[in-house]
Design a protein around this ligand. Sequence first.
Ligand SMILES: [Zn+2]
Length: 98
Amino acid sequence: MPDELGTLVGSPICPGCKVGHLLPELAEGDEEDDDCVEDVAECVWGCAKCGKRVCGAPVRDLVAVLRQRLEGCGSDEEALEEFLSVTGTLLHQNHYLR
Ligand SMILES: [Zn+2]
């Protein structure tokens, strides 16, 4: 997986304010549990802008779908551009996903 894929898929945009970005928050008492970060479905995702919180499962599903689509694009530039135009409103750069 080339590194640039990590910058193509960003953090999910907050569905509440459409401005902030959702970031995974560690569950209470789980600060030292690295597994929580890997299994995002177990996390709550929070928006730094409006404070909206979203449970992790839908976010994980969205990321999984996007990653599948991204991998399906391969080196097809047209497909990649379409992917970016679709996901540009959903995701922010510097997402953990690569
Ligand atoms: Zn928000």
